[in-house]
Design a protein around this ligand. Structure first.
Ligand SMILES: Cc1ncc(COP(=O)(O)O)c(C=O)c1O
Length: 400
């Protein structure tokens, strides 16, 4: 873990840039080029391992945003990718070989579950999936050939928080590389490297980009591990377009103010929903009385803009509420400036067997909200209007 020179709001705006530079453009230029020219072959050899060789290997616009993200996460280095899935698959491929084994939490992003359970076995790598909240199950699943302990926190759509200190300690004891998908946290709310996690992954498509206008992925960690992952990125060719890197950097500059607003608004909305007679259950760990409230407070500055709730009614009732909203747009994805709504059993969890979904707590009547940066009173008024389609049924509610 690296020491922070500035507080996170300052890092978000200033990190990755040379603060002593006194001339030139303030905004980072987009190096929209596939290749870089050199004066002679000596120079060609010199630039080959740098970001001035060929954009599949690296690009100066990538470098600025990578350095900014590494500073925010408190790691030596970071890499950007063409998507969150590219970041995760490249990282896993850098760490395993045929005959190896992975222990992964069960309720991780579905695309990652598919990669681990359907693609990696073709290469001779097995994964055991374990219950998110049962650390002993994680330990029992570890074998002599286990290489990675993979978690996601908070989870989708239950917003469950994983105890990172315990996960990091377990990985250290068994000499595993700990990896976390920290998409739902962002470094504004939690810096997993501070808790001892080795590699921090993001779908930068979400909060980092922040404007629902780019697809990208991120991994941050030690220089040594990042170099190994860089070799995979170069071989697979899942690098980011320089223009997308520029958009990502622009997103990073406002990450702190956006996420702080999203934390506040999501908590207000969770509190409002938890008192609503047509809401049976609200899932948001910063809600007073939530079973993970203490853990969330310990390791997070806020719980982010995503929360889920279950209507007092059927799956069809949940759909009617979601469709009655106007300020929450019916769309997958999360973390951007616009508020979104989705039905997990029809989107992120559609491919998961109903029994397993039930086990995870993902019900038919669950609605997931991604709270944007609109005025929270307007958002609550929209939810009030949407929930009114359910009529006057009453139901006891709980925070979980
Ligand atoms: C938690 C999480 N991780 C990874 C991904 C994959 O990211 P991308 O869509 O940028 O490939 C997603 C996408 O929704 C996600 O929600």
């Amino acid at each position: 873990m690296k020491k922070h020179q500035f507080r996170q709001e300052t890092e978000a705006v200033r990190a990755g840039t040379d603060l002593h530079k006194k001339s030139g453009p303030l905004a980072t230029p987009i190096y929209q080029t596939s290749t870089f020219e050199v004066t002679d072959n000596q120079e060609q050899l010199r630039v080959t391992p740098t970001d001035h060789f060929y954009t599949r290997y690296g690009n100066p616009t990538h470098t600025v945003v990578e350095n900014a993200i590494a500073e925010l996460e408190g790691t030596d280095a970071a890499l950007v990718f063409s998507s969150g899935m590219a970041a995760i698959t490249s990282t896993v491929l850098a760490l395993v070989k045929a005959g190896d084994h992975i222990v992964a939490q069960r309720d991780i992003y579905g695309g990652v579950t598919k990669f681990l359970s359907q693609w990696l076995p073709k290469m001779g790598v097995e994964t055991t999936f374990v219950d998110t909240n049962d650390i002993e199950q994680h330990e029992r699943a570890i074998r002599p050939n286990t290489r990675i302990l993979h978690v996601e926190s908070p989870t989708n759509p239950m917003v469950r928080v994983v105890d990172l200190e315990k996960i990091a300690a377990l990985a250290r004891t068994h000499k595993l590389t700990s990896t976390i998908d920290s998409t739902f946290s962002t470094p504004i709310n939690c810096r997993p490297a501070e808790w001892g996690i080795d590699l921090v992954l993001h779908s930068g498509t979400k909060y980092f980009g922040g404007h629902a206008d780019l697809i990208c992925g991120i991994v941050a960690g030690s220089r040594e591990l990042i170099e190994e992952i860089h070799a995979v990125r170069t071989t697979l060719g899942c690098c980011m377009d320089p223009h997308a890197a520029f958009l990502l950097l622009r997103g990073v500059k406002t990450l702190a103010v956006r996420v702080e607003r999203q934390n506040q608004s999501a908590l207000r909305i969770a509190e409002y929903l938890s008192k609503h007679p047509k809401v049976a259950r609200v899932h948001y760990p910063m809600l007073l009385g939530h079973p993970q409230y203490e853990l969330a407070k310990k390791q997070m500055a806020g719980a982010g803009g995503v929360l889920s709730f279950e209507v007092a009614g059927s799956g069809a009732d949940g759909c009617r509420v979601a469709e009655a909203l106007t300020l929450f747009t019916l769309a997958p994805s999360l973390g951007g400036v616009e508020s979104l709504v989705s039905i997990p059993v029809l989107t992120s969890h559609a491919m998961i067997a109903p029994e397993l979904r039930q086990k995870m707590g993902v019900t038919e009547q669950m609605i997931r909200l991604s709270v944007g940066i609109e005025n929270v009173e307007d958002l609550i008024a929209d939810l009030d209007k949407g929930l009114a389609v359910l009529g006057g049924r009453e139901q006891a509610h709980a925070a979980d």
